[in-house]
Design a protein around this ligand. Sequence first.
Ligand SMILES: O=C(O)CCC(=O)C(=O)O
Ligand SMILES: [Fe+2]
Length: 320
Amino acid sequence: MTTKHRRRPRVTGENGEAAGPSRGAQGGKPSLKRSRTSGRSWRSPLLWGIFAVIVAVSGIFLFWGYPGGEVMEVLASQQETLRHKFYAVPCSQDYGNHKQFTGCTPLKCGRAVTDAVITQEEARRMLRIAEAGLSLGGSDGGASILDLHSGALSMGRNFVNMYRYYGEQMKEIVTEEDFQLYRDVRQRIQQEITRTFDLDAASLYLTKPTFFSRMNSSEAKTTHDEYWHPHIDKVTYGSFDYTSLLYLSDYSKDFGGGRFIFIDEKTNSTVEPRLGRLSFFTSGSENLHRVEKVSWGTRYAITISFTCNPDHSIVDPTWT
Ligand SMILES: O=C(O)CCC(=O)C(=O)O
Ligand SMILES: [Fe+2]
């Protein structure tokens, strides 16, 4: 609490003038009448009750944050290094509307965040791939993607196939070692998901799209730039059962805004991006989420997702 709150309340008179010992109309002796009244209100239990409620509510908002009118809990702060944080949520009915795969279709749902699966050095190398690839194109608006599998690269208001557009030149931008790194990272993420959700390792497959993303505060030019809408990955991408996000830059150092937000009934919870931070979750409506608008700087991440349906599986990208 600041000293401001401790200051004696200023009681004002009917016309808004500060109340204090008032003087008679003729400038005679000061009358104590008004000051006695203010003394009584100062000691009033009702006023103290209201004051206590205001202080308590401000405390709650200070603790949870109060951006944009939402009550926020921090699931993973940028400053902390997390080994493995898991937050269970009841599974939605969504999985029942799809074909079931034993050993894979989520029976246990939730969200996990860990800084211990991908090293900072690996994340830095992944960031270099993203920066180099995206430097060849980029959206006119605030969100650009680069998909190593399909070759999709944001370009102005559209996408191009960078492998076709740049041909052999691409081999200087994305090397075989980069693809090797991507495979290692993807494998380790997949193992972590398998372990966390008790899955049969052979029944979980990589699926599309997987993409690097670059977000900034530029004004959106097309709907592809509007990355901030609440959504359910299983609905948006169809094949996803488990979504993973690997962050390649740091919240509040490299960019402002841009926090990942799980939207729940009563409170929302945020994951603050951090270089090398892995966040993964079941992709159904139990994990409705959005990304805050980036207010300054540039935010990089990669989305790598998995499916239980072998018909939707894809293989790792490679030059060979
Ligand atoms: O970049 C993020 O934090 C999340 C992006 C996202 O929600 C998505 O790609 O579906
Ligand atoms: Fe998403």
